[in-house]
Design a protein around this ligand. Structure first.
Ligand code: NAD
Length: 358
C-alpha cells in the first residue's frame, strides 16, 4: 500500500519525513489540518518495528489531534510527530536538537509538545532550534508537564460518565486503569482521593508497585486487565485497547480513559454501543493536556505569562462538550464516537470554509 492509499492519510495536508545521520534521528511530522490554526500535537518516541508502523501511527494520531483540538474549542489544527527509537536507551541532546531543526523546517505549521517517551527536558533541546515547541518548563509562558491537566479532564469525564451510566458518585466505584505512566498515575491519585477502588496494571512493574502502594490498589498482570470485575475501564497506555477481541472480556459499563486512539476499529465502537457500554470518546475526554499546551502557545504568541484561569475555563467547556456528545448519542441512539466525529468534522469544515471565504 502506498502512502496516499492509506485510509489514515485521508485529509492530511502534509507528511514530512526527516533523518539525520549524525544524531540517528528518524522522525515523521504529520500535519492533518491547519484550518483552525497551526497544527499542534505532541511528539511520541517509540521503537516502532518498521517505518510503516511509525507512519501509520503518526497519521492516526495527527488526525485525532485535529478532532481533539476542535472539540476542545482551540484555535489550533491537528498534527503529530513520532521519533523512531527506544526512549529508554536512544535519547540524546543531539537527537532532539535535530528534531528541533526538523520542526523549524515545517515553517510554523506545526507546534510540538511532549507525548509518550518524550519529556519537557528533551524538548528543551529541540527549542534551541525552533520556537514552535510548547510544554516546557522555566519561562513565564511555560505550561510544564500537561499530564496533570489531562488527568484532571479525564477525572471529570469519568465522574460524569459514572453519574450518567451508574447513577452514582465515584465513592466505591471500581476502576481498572491500564497504564500508570504520567496520565494514569495522576488519574489514579484523583480517583483514589474520590473514594474509587482501583485495579491497576502496567508493563513497568516498578511504576505499577509505586502507584498501587500510593492508592491502595489491586495489581493485575497486563493481559488480565480486560477480565477484572470493574465498573469503569480506563485505558491510559497506548492505543487500540478496545477491540473486538477485548470487548467480550470487558465487564465495565463505562470506558473512559486518557489514552489516544482507544478504539482498535470503528467496529469496536459500534460493538461497545451494542453492548450498552458508555464510551467517552478519547479525544474529547483527554483534551486537557492540549488545552494546557494551547495556553502556553497563546501566551508565547501574545508575549504574556501563562494564564491558568484560561486553561481552567477551557476545561470546564470541555466537560460541557463531553456532556453534549453523550446527550446527543442518547437522544439519537447512536455510538458516542460517531457523534463526536461528526461534531469535530463540522467544526473543522466550518473553519476551512471561513478561511476560504476570507
Ligand atoms: P506514559 O508513557 O507516561 O505512560 C504510559 C504507560 O503505559 C507506561 O507506564 C507504560 O509502561 C504503560 N504501558 C504500555 N503498554 C502497556 C500495556 N500493554 N499494558 C499496560 N501498560 C502499558 O504516557 P502518558 O503521557 O501517561 O500517556 C498515556 C496515554 O495517554 C497515551 O496514549 C498518550 O498518547 C495519551 N495522552 C497523554 C497526554 C498527556 O498529557 N501526557 C495527553 C493526551 C493523551
Amino acid at each position: 500500500m502506498t502512502l496516499f492509499d492509506s485510509p489514515n492519510f485521508e485529509g492530511h495536508e502534509g507528511v514530512h519525513a526527516f533523518s539525520d545521520e549524525k544524531s540517528g534521528l528518524k522522525a515523521i511530522i504529520a500535519v492533518h489540518s491547519t484550518a483552525r490554526g497551526p497544527a499542534a500535537g505532541g511528539c511520541r518516541m517509540w521503537p516502532y518495528p518498521t517505518a510503516e508502523d511509525a507512519l501509520e501511527d503518526a497519521l492516526k494520531l495527527s488526525r485525532a489531534m485535529s478532532y481533539k483540538n476542535a472539540m476542545a474549542d482551540l484555535e489550533l489544527g491537528g498534527g503529530k510527530s513520532v521519533i523512531i527509537g527506544d526512549s529508554r536507551t536512544q535519547k540524546t541532546p543531539a537527537l532532539f536538537e535535530a528534531f528541533g531543526r526538523a520542526i523549524e523546517d515545517v515553517g510554523g505549521k506545526y507546534w510540538t509538545a511532549e507525548d509518550v517517551g518524550v519529556s519537557p527536558a528533551d524538548l528543551a533541546h529541540a527549542r534551541k532550534f525552533t520556537r514552535f515547541v510548547a510544554g516546557l518548563d522555566g519561562h513565564p509562558a511555560a505550561s510544564g508537564d500537561p499530564s496533570p491537566v489531562t488527568a484532571e479532564g479525564v477525572f471529570r469525564g469519568v465522574r460524569l460518565c459514572v453519574r450518567r451510566a451508574l447513577k452514582r458518585d465515584l465513592d466505591g466505584v471500581r476502576v481498572a486503569i491500564q497504564g500508570v505512566g504520567h496520565v494514569g498515575a495522576y488519574l489514579a491519585e484523583k480517583l483514589h482521593a474520590a473514594g474509587a477502588k482501583l485495579i491497576l496494571t502496567d508493563v513497568n512493574t516498578e511504576a505499577l508497585r509505586r502507584v498501587a502502594a500510593a492508592t491502595d490498589a489491586e495489581i493485575v498482570a497486563p493481559a488480565a486487565i480486560f477480565d477484572v470485575d470493574a465498573d469503569v475501564f480506563a485505558p491510559c497506555a497506548l492505543g487500540g485497547a478496545v477491540s473486538l477481541d477485548t470487548l467480550p472480556r470487558i465487564r465495565a459499563k463505562v470506558i473512559a480513559g486518557g489514552a489516544n486512539n482507544q478504539l482498535a476499529s470503528p467496529e469496536a465502537g459500534r460493538e461497545l454501543f451494542a453492548r450498552g457500554i458508555l464510551y467517552a470518546p478519547d479525544y474529547v475526554i483527554n483534551g486537557g493536556g492540549i488545552i494546557n499546551v494551547a495556553g502556553e502557545i497563546r501566551a508565547l504568541e501574545r508575549g504574556e505569562a501563562f494564564d491558568p484561569a484560561w486553561v481552567d475555563a477551557k476545561l470546564d467547556r470541555l466537560a460541557l462538550t463531553l456532556e453534549e456528545v453523550l446527550d446527543q448519542a442518547l437522544h439519537e441512539r447512536r455510538p458516542t464516537h460517531e457523534i463526536a466525529n461528526e461534531i469535530a468534522r463540522a467544526r473543522i469544515l466550518g473553519a476551512a470554509e471561513k478561511r476560504a471565504a476570507a
